[in-house]
Write a protein that binds this ligand. Structure first.
Ligand SMILES: [Zn+2]
Ligand SMILES: [Zn+2]
Length: 382
């Protein structure tokens, strides 16, 4: 079939809307019609070349091409058709995209960390999960697909391991957000930082992901939640989502946290800047108290290998530094669970969607994200 997709032809280029050829679903594959796709920073990381592997050295052996690639990994849609052997969904089901496919059998899956499923290793590699061949083509050329999903398209053919069935009563725009950004932020606070009632928490960067770390911290009973962001509109929004204090920078947060905790400092610091850099660790660990946890959620350029950490204080104050991906959440449990909390009025999701765009407005949507005018932009399909 023919469908329209936003395709990235190379690093630093604009998204281009193309009419592409999509093959029917093969074994364990599902044809999905997307209703909404979230403009997550990860696709921009890929475009800006700080994710999805560094540009190859000139003498490096050839490797499978990352580009051209259909973008998008946050999505909410409806199953149109299923291929042979599919047993988890049927036509008409509403589904969320799962950035990481879930095999349900590997060590990480069966020990409750399916965000680290072995299938995730090939997230940026071309070809389908099922047999490594391409379902997406343009003018005879195979197209790669972001995270095996490609939600910046009217239709996708995805493996059932990448799709999570959801409650059909929940709006699909909201489903799209929970498929990545919301769960990543919420889980960073609840699961990875293990925020407890009475804790003091600092969230650095309160965009579409960080603001959900604020929500998560509030939900589990944090006493003080300091939202740090240079953008005033995001600081104000953070107060609506449960923050108790705001600051424009970690430097500005220092006296606030010192006073709130009488110098004990924060139980948890969660780093969700738009791009993570090593030098941010120094201020973050100054804000982290004895026995406290510093969680790194933000994505750093892949070449970033140095960071400023006072190793004496790390040991003597018994601080922890933890990386996290997808909030250490399990997509098949946490996506439906967060949507149920939303339905119950316990999680704010509608308020996250600042603007919606048509597919052909995607470059504007990403520019708005970089300009800091959106909590989250969403592409709405017809
Ligand atoms: Zn994402
Ligand atoms: Zn697995």
């Amino acid at each position: 079939m023919k469908t329209h997709a936003a395709v990235l032809w190379g690093r630093g280029e604009d998204w281009r809307i193309e009419e592409i050829d999509l093959d029917p679903p093969k074994s364990h594959e599902v044809l999905v019609k997307w209703a909404a796709a979230g403009l997550c920073h990860s696709d921009e990381h890929l475009r800006a070349s700080d994710m999805g592997s560094a540009p190859p050295a000139e003498d490096a052996p050839p490797r499978p091409a990352l580009f051209p690639m259909v973008g998008g990994h946050e999505g909410g849609g409806v199953v149109l058709e299923v291929g042979p052997d599919v047993d988890s969904v049927q036509p008409g089901d509403h589904v969320a995209a799962s950035f990481f496919p879930i095999c349900g059998r590997c060590k990480m899956c069966i020990t409750g960390h399916s965000n680290l499923c072995d299938l995730g290793a090939a997230t940026f590699a071309p070809g389908q999960i099922s047999d490594g061949t391409a379902r997406y083509h343009l003018g005879g050329q195979d197209l790669n697909v972001m995270a095996k999903l490609g939600t910046f398209a009217e239709h996708s053919v995805a493996h059932e391991a990448s799709l999570v069935p959801v409650d059909p009563d929940v709006p699909l725009g909201v489903v799209a957000l929970v498929s990545c950004g919301v769960t990543t932020g919420w889980g960073s606070a609840v699961y990875r930082a293990e925020v407890k009632p009475g804790d003091t928490v600092v969230v650095v960067g309160v965009g579409g992901v960080g603001i959900n770390a604020v929500q998560g911290a509030k939900m589990v009973g944090a006493r003080n939640i300091v939202a740090v962001d240079p953008v005033e509109f995001k600081q104000k929004a953070a107060l609506d989502f449960g923050a108790t204090h705001t600051a424009a920078s970690m430097e500005e947060a220092l006296p606030i946290v010192t006073e709130l905790t009488r110098g004990q400092m924060a139980d948890a610091v969660i780093l969700v800047p738009s791009v993570m850099y090593g030098h941010l660790m120094s201020d973050a660990l100054t804000l982290t108290g004895k026995g406290g946890t510093c969680v790194v959620t933000g994505v750093a350029p892949q070449q970033q290998t140095e960071s400023s950490v006072n190793l004496f204080e790390l040991a003597m104050y018994q601080k922890e530094i933890k990386g996290v991906v997808f909030g250490d959440a399990n997509p098949r449990f946490d996506i439906p669970n967060l949507l149920a909390l939303y339905k119950n009025g316990q999680l704010k999701l509608d308020e996250l969607i600042t603007r919606t765009y048509r597919l052909d407005q995607i470059n504007q949507g990403y520019q708005d994200m970089l300009d800091g005018v959106n909590l989250r932009g969403v592409i709405a399909f017809d």
